[in-house]
Design a protein around this ligand. Sequence first.
Ligand code: HEM
Ligand code: SF4
Ligand code: SF4
Length: 511
Amino acid sequence: MSIPIPTESYARRVLLRLEGTLNKVFGNDLNPFYHLGALGFYFFWVVVVSGAYIYAFYKTGIELSYPSVEYLTHEQWYLGGVMRSLHRYASDALVLVMVLHLLREYILGRYRGARWFAWITGVLLIWLIIAAGINGYWMVWDKLAQYSVVSVMAWFDWLPIFSEPMSQSFISQEVLNDRFFSLISFAHVTVPLLILFVLWIHIMRISKPVVNPRRSLALGMLLTLLVLALLKHALSQGPSDMGIEPANINIDWFYLFIHPLLDVWPAGQVWALVIGVSLLFCALPWLPGRHKQIPVAEVHLKECSGCRLCVADCPYEAVVMRPRSDGMQFREEAVVVADRCVSCGICVGACPSSNAFRSEAGYVSGIEMPSLPIFGLRTAMMNELAKLEGDVRIMVFGCDNAANIEKLRSKGVAVLSLPCIAMLPPSFIEYALHEHHVEGVFITGCREGDCYHRLGVLWTGKRLTAEREPRLRSRADRERIRQCWAASADLEELESELESFRSSLQRGSGS
Ligand code: HEM
Ligand code: SF4
Ligand code: SF4
């Protein structure tokens, strides 16, 4: 399993700064960048609902399509016209959030290893969505549709798959028949259905995927689209006439960007570009990069009681339960599906046998990360604790994908970084506090709402507030535990939070 080490690339720094600013404006909960996938789903549904309304009035045929859309736009502007504009702007917004979502996953390195599946199905979605959009513009049968159809058909004619050149069918109005319109309206319903199916596959390997944005974010987006629809109606560009080549056409750059290229480049070159870019995108998860190999999680049956906690916490549906195979009295056992595992270690933090109070040498947990077994983690913590000096000693637990906690290290501060903060079993916090190994425990990881492993920050918070198993027990003094969620760009904030924690511990109030 190859796992990327998020590098401090320029793009990543810029993205984190931008998202930090958006967090200040909207709060982490409503930061649109943290909900791009969910917004994609949302805009898709807006397109479906507005499309269904338009479709009810749409008439299929050479002479009928254009007037039916015109009727809707002008005679029924208050509803049909608004719906048409909503349909267009929500489709544009869908492409915009899709591109931002793609760029974000790429910049943050969330496309390698087991995530290849979401990435490749994402690449398929790009072309399906673009195809549905181009097809949508043809439905209007105005001058833009005429220009687009002729240009796309000529492009497809380059492929040696049709016996008759398809572009010939569009030379004159007479040759053009109603079958073409039946075909494009059929495609305009079936391609979105196919998109929905691929979207379902896209998130199949993600547990608890967020497919609905927060209500206020959804409402804000809808209002923006509505204002846009009222201010700038979506209009047609005059009826088509196959006898006259359309001039001065305005194109929608979100969907029809291929057309200017088709105007100036030979069809073969445009095919080479499209196929080349698609293949490059598909190859990205496997291209060499700055990532290290981390073996996937492994189950140790003799310690597994079949409690299902690892199944509940795994963000990638990578643990499944099977009937017991070793004759133990438990009904089920955990099994790791290796090609889904992103090696986050969250399952280790969930397993009740990952207990820091166990003392037998070399003990194992029910589920383990071979690169950092639980006994090794305990030993590393003990070594760190032993180095601490001073009146206020703090143990910092952090995450390899967030702020670099090595920079916090000092005589009174020990640090231990994990693949994900949720790999930390709560018993380790209790252990560090137990018998005053340390005065305080400081927990940090990715920004709230933006966990590199999706659910690690959420699960950690819930374990610490005893809302989720394995719970931090009540005997652990909450006053001596502080959480601070910080990306690599937030090191200063992290340092000052640690300083404030140290002062509060020194005062003895712990608050
Ligand atoms: C409009 C189309 C798309 C929609 C609606 C969509 C939606 C989603 C959703 C809801 C998730 C789960 C987010 C979560 O809960 O963590 C997701 C994950 C993902 N998407 Fe998309 N997506 C779209 C297109 C794409 C494209 C074009 C790509 C890249 C080529 C892509 C790459 C990914 C990857 C790699 C993940 C997994 C991230 C992770 O494992 O943390 N998606 N997408
Ligand atoms: S929780 Fe465990 S099984 Fe699931 S992806 Fe992370 S390491 Fe793999
Ligand atoms: S959490 Fe541990 S004990 Fe429970 S099912 Fe998973 S591996 Fe087995």
